[in-house]
Design a protein around this ligand. Structure first.
Ligand code: FES
Ligand SMILES: [Fe+2]
Length: 401
């Protein structure tokens, strides 16, 4: 249980809030490159309570700038993406990717209005078919080279999950909650699949069998590694296929690294504002023999999922994503932690909330929070270790058929 003040402290992410200031120290994905097309090289981006637009100019440069035109506040989303910038659709003021106003039709030449019209802009960088943004103060840290984004011995997919109508912390707390898998991802899944075509039940059978084993123990380990800090959760399963997992880490503050069947995945839970979260996944499939694959970043397939909530208030529940989304959204737009009843199985959440408080304090003291990367040697590649259990399980089941 948290006090109302603590719940506010850990959930609010707008400009000037303690948690929002801490979160601004990290690069976060705001789009997949493929979301900006030649016909429409612009996307509205809401992140950390700020309304922005991401656009690509005719020279291929990206800009992330405030959504509102400084003239009379029309949305720049409806503007024209031109060779050297973004032109407002109302009176034609034009801005480059750095937010400088470079044209003001109908104004006097050399008017001081041009300088005054500079708009807010944030640095962006491309990696692995994603566009990352940094909203914090200088000096800008390095964009971390997490191995799932940069290894060359495999192929990748990018998935944009449905927009989540809930505070970011509900999504991230879930990654410190190892017991939810039995009921949510095995039992509820089983029930949902009864209403689906039989091929789907077949496809998901290894996952159901994996998570349907009784959980007999859980452990948590605080990891401080070069390039990341996080909490590794480890489950011990009983039943007729007992196993102690190696575990996989949640990376502070808002990332999960997880094996998902044959894939290694990274999940970025990006706060849009206090009540909405966007989630990007990258799935990485390693080659069996370690051979290098030349998949260009611009060729990485991109998929956007639909929201599982139906008009009648029911959720589609036949995928892991939908099951988690139901759980996180039905906790409320901002879960009221003043009335929760935490038990022994929730101790991972308590560790994570402590880590959040510590890092909010660090930023208030003028220090970098955990996991901000500034050393290029550390950043050559930031690696993780994973449980192999799920992939092995799937292989064994396939072989037994
Ligand atoms: S409101 Fe944008 S140019 Fe006038
Ligand atoms: Fe889950």
């Amino acid at each position: 249980m948290l006090s109302a003040a603590d719940n506010e402290l850990l959930t609010r992410v707008g400009p000037g809030t303690p948690c929002g200031e801490m979160m601004r120290r990290y690069w976060m994905p705001v789009a997949a490159v493929k979301e900006l097309t030649d016909e429409k090289p612009i996307k509205r981006v809401k992140i950390l309570g700020e309304k922005l637009v991401l656009f690509r100019d005719g020279k291929g440069q990206y800009g992330l700038v405030q959504e509102r035109c400084p003239h009379r506040h029309v949305s720049l989303y409806f503007g024209f993406c031109e060779d050297d910038g973004l032109r407002c659709a109302y009176h034609g003021w034009k801005f480059d990717t750095q937010g400088n106003c470079i044209e003001q039709p109908y104004e006097r030449p050399n008017s001081p209005l041009m300088k005054q019209a500079k708009i807010k802009s944030y640095p962006v960088k491309l990696m692995c078919g994603l566009i990352f943004a940094y909203l914090g103060p200088d000096p800008v840290p390095l964009l971390p080279n997490y191995e799932i984004l940069t290894r060359r011995d495999g192929t990748r997919n990018i998935v944009l999950l449905p927009e989540h109508h809930c505070n970011w912390l509900q999504c991230q707390e879930n990654s410190h909650d190892p017991t939810h898998t039995f009921w949510l991802h095995a039992k509820l899944f089983e029930r949902a699949l009864k209403k689906r075509p039989p091929e789907e039940a077949k496809k998901w059978a290894p996952d159901l069998a994996y998570f349907g084993r009784p959980i007999e123990g859980i452990d948590f380990e605080l990891c401080r590694e070069p390039g990341w800090t996080g909490i590794r959760k480890v489950r011990t399963y009983g039943g007729d296929k007992p196993e102690k997992e190696h575990g996989h880490p949640a990376i502070f503050p808002n990332i999960l690294i997880a094996p998902q069947a044959k894939y290694l995945t990274i999940h970025f839970r990006v706060p849009m504002d206090d009540e909405y979260t966007m989630i990007y996944w990258v799935e990485f499939l390693a080659t069996d023999d370690g051979s290098i694959v030349n998949q260009k970043d611009e060729d990485i397939p991109f998929e956007k999922m639909d929201h599982p909530l139906q008009p009648d208030g029911e959720y589609e529940l036949h995928t892991f994503v939908y099951q988690d989304q139901m759980a996180w959204e039905t906790q409320g737009a901002i879960a009221d932690r003043t009335t929760e009843l935490l038990g022994a199985s929730d101790r991972g959440l308590v560790m994570y909330r402590d880590l959040l408080r510590q890092n909010i304090r660090k930023v208030q003291e003028g220090r970098d929070p955990d996991g901000v990367v500034r050393d290029p040697v550390v950043n050559e590649m930031i690696s993780f270790t994973f449980s192999k259990g799920q992939a092995n399980f799937a292989k064994e089941m396939a072989a037994a058929k």
